[in-house]
Design a protein around this ligand. Sequence first.
Ligand code: SF4
Ligand code: FES
Length: 269
Amino acid sequence: MEHKHSEKKMNVRLKIWRQEGPKTPGKFEEFSLSDILTDMSFLEMLDVLNEKLIHEGKRPVEYESDCREGICGTCSLMISGQAHGPNRGATTCQLYMRSFDNNELITIEPWRAKSFPVIRDLVTDRSSFDRIISAGGYVSVKTGPHADANAILVAKDLSDRAMDAAACIGCGACVAACPNASASLFTSAKITQFALLPQGHPERSRRAIRMVDQMDKEGFGSCSNLQECEAACPKKISIQNITIMKQEYLKAAIAADFRAGMGSADGGA
Ligand code: SF4
Ligand code: FES
């Protein structure tokens, strides 16, 4: 990553969204920090802020993190209007202060989406994603001895594409970046990772219908192909997955209609 300036330390001005709880109105609060190391991570800088606030007897800023290495998807912040900050293909925890200018005013907000309600400050409730997964984002397996690794052959290009889709970490940046707050990129990645592999085929129709229906039930908006999701995604999940999701859903819906038609024809016979 390129250094914007040569100083080892910098001053930071922060404008952070503060909100006591889901039902209370929030507002921005401004803070400033001096002598922040330019090689400090963004989350370490927030840790420094919170230590200062605690020292002053004030309530620290609530934000989430876990792995701090780009794999868990919890560190979801809107930073100066960009999901996960200014760097492409990186999560908030992979962002370093050297990506900002000295004295730059940095605005930090939670994800803004009806289906991700704010719990407190920068923490949102993203359990809507969990419910989409519960609706069908799995492959049912019988327990017992595992099969030989080469028992089911998978073409290399399909396994590569499935692995690319499986890289989604469920962070929600795609929803936050989308003007419609659509969860299509997330849901499509989770559908595609199974749809492309033979192990995912037995449940593919049920999976597509249930996950897309759950996405709609959770109140996410629809996809109008603006591609903001792909640009914001720290794992560079491709919007081609959305095309696959639409195909999977359409095939499943037609098959369901056909079966229903056969059922009524049988019933009438
Ligand atoms: S598709 Fe990308 S932006 Fe959306 S939840 Fe997955 S990793 Fe995050
Ligand atoms: S803390 Fe896990 S991805 Fe950032």
